[in-house]
Design a protein around this ligand. Structure first.
Ligand SMILES: NC(=O)c1ccc[n+]([C@@H]2O[C@H](COP(=O)([O-])OP(=O)(O)OC[C@H]3O[C@@H](n4cnc5c(N)ncnc54)[C@H](OP(=O)(O)O)[C@@H]3O)[C@@H](O)[C@H]2O)c1
Length: 476
């Protein structure tokens, strides 16, 4: 992947699809869905969409199913996974929670084989495909045919680049539609939109915290390891650059609460200060550090972006994990992390310890399941003043799933056929953005959402500059 390809691709996509008349504002259902609605329980005005959930038996997939059934009880769900025994357990569990739900399980050999998907799309009349059967790295994105909406929670940049090149047909497709990336990208756009439009933008920073694995599957441990073999792709002085030596490096501490907030936000800010507080973070190659500034730079006055720096970082609890990962990244060559066999081995090796710490977090966390998640997005001007947004949730797993389900429902309600987009593209329009932010930040379990707050001074992670300088020296 070259620097120019990302910029050119995202730019041309944006200009092609998101001109002034983008973002239809009226609900438009096709005849099939309208018929389904009429067939549905007469007393309900909820739409009855049919969803195909690829990875629907996984940690995120089951939570997607649960949220869809809460929001649209008439939904028809087809859950897809490989393991039949897991599928039956998930089915029983969901039916116990939603006794009237219409859910089925289908076992497949490998969902990445396009013909498997095609077969299912032909069998069931599907409105929406939701794909949470990661990991996505080194995979070819599935073709977009036979459904009105396609949504996934992918995060590797090369995969997203390929995914955006697909032809949408009649499908409205949204990629990277989880919590981070996903909700975070939309909040990044929102933070920038609140800055003084006459001034130069200095930085856009994405910072995340997840307790343990946050309730997501062990596969996410593997994904984190593999990520240490990928370069950080981020803006430095207005230029999109790759910093191999930065990935996985400790960046110091971040406050996942704000120093001052308006009175009505005080309680929420106190809650996140108490439950998350200040955490150590490390650099991790989330795509949004590259995609969000690229999209915004090309769509708005690019002169304002001439000095932009961006970054993405995450931290976990207990803190010893951050330190341990930081040490391992220093000791183990990058080429090893990139090898799937090595990253799998390390994930499997550390799994018992991770499970033990997750159980400890669960026991220790009186508020939630030890799955607490928080994100802080900062957009600054050249005098270090700017806009910060903090969002926090009881469970990372649920937050990812709820976001994914909300994005999917929004695409069904406000389709834009023939487009394949990232959240920062689809929700560039302020009306569409406010609509989705409202949905994403009022989900059950959300315990803090500050919205954009104007601050006199915003600092990035405490040792970010030092780590960045070191990476620059190594890669000079
Ligand atoms: N954007 C975000 O915010 C975000 C956050 C966290 C995670 N994620 C993504 O979410 C993905 C899922 O995480 P998770 O915790 O739910 O993982 P998980 O519990 O392991 O679930 C994965 C699901 O996908 C299915 N699956 C995997 N490979 C498959 C294949 N080749 N063919 C058919 N089914 C397959 C699994 O079925 P079997 O169990 O039957 O094999 C399972 O149902 C991760 O890979 C990650 O990329 C995104």
């Amino acid at each position: 992947m070259c620097r120019r390809s990302l910029s050119a691709l995202l730019c041309s996509f944006f200009l092609t699809h998101y001109s002034a008349e983008a973002f239809p504002t009226e609900k438009s259902f096709n005849a099939r869905s309208q018929a389904k609605q009429l067939d549905a329980v007469a007393t309900s005005i909820e739409p009855a969409y049919t969803y195909l959930l690829l990875g629907g038996t996984g940690h995120i997939g089951t939570a997607v199913a649960h949220h869809l059934l809460i929001r649209q009880p008439q939904s028809i769900l087809h859950l897809v996974g490989r393991n039949a025994a897991t599928g039956q357990c998930v089915l029983l569990d969901l039916k116990a929670q939603h006794p009237h739900a219409q859910i089925e399980f289908h076992a497949v050999v490998d969902i990445w084989k396009a013909q498997e998907l095609q077969r299912m799309l032909e069998l069931f009349s599907v409105d929406c495909v939701i794909h949470t059967a990661g990991p996505y790295a080194h995979r070819t994105p599935l073709p977009l045919t036979g459904c009105r909406v396609y949504v996934d929670v992918a995060d590797p940049l090369p995969y997203l680049e390929q995914a955006l090149l697909r032809k949408g047909g009649n499908t409205t497709a949204l990629v990277a539609a989880g919590a981070f990336p996903g909700m975070s990208n939309v909040l990044g756009v929102e933070a920038v939109a609140q800055l003084d439009p006459q001034r130069t933008i200095q930085s856009l920073r994405f910072q995340y915290f997840t307790a343990g694995l946050g309730g997501s599957g062990p596969v996410n441990l593997f994904i984190t390891n593999v990520g240490f073999g990928d370069p950080m792709t981020q803006y430095d002085g207005g230029v999109l650059r790759f910093f191999m030596e930065l990935s996985g490096r400790l960046l110091g501490k971040v406050d996942f609460f704000l120093p001052q907030v308006p009175e009505h936000l005080q309680k929420a800010n106190d809650r996140v200060r108490e439950r998350v507080g200040t955490k150590q973070v490390f650099a991790w190659p989330f795509p949004e550090a590259a995609t969000v500034p690229t999209i915004l730079k090309d769509a708005t006055d690019s002169f304002r972006w001439r000095r932009i720096d961006s970054s993405a970082a995450m931290g976990t609890a207990p803190d010893v994990w951050n330190t341990m990962l930081g040490v391992l990244v220093q000791l183990i060559p990058r080429a090893w992390w990139r090898k799937e066999r090595f990253s799998h081995f390390l994930a499997d090796f550390s799994q018992p310890l991770v499970s033990a710490t997750d159980a400890w977090l669960k026991w220790k966390d009186p508020f939630a399941n030890g799955e607490t998640h928080a994100m802080r997005i900062d957009a600054t001007l050249d005098d270090q003043s700017g806009i910060s947004i903090v969002q926090a949730h009881d469970s990372f797993r649920q937050c990812v799933a709820q976001s994914c389900a909300e994005f999917a429902m929004d695409c069904l309600e406000y389709p834009d056929p023939g487009t394949v987009s990232l959240p920062e593209q689809r929700y560039a329009d302020p009306v569409a953005r406010q609509r989705i932010i409202e949905k994403l930040t009022t989900t059950p379990g959300t315990f803090c959402y500050t919205g954009p707050v104007s601050l006199q001074r915003i600092d990035g992670p405490t040792q970010l500059q030092e780590a960045l300088e070191k990476a620059k020296q190594t890669e000079r």
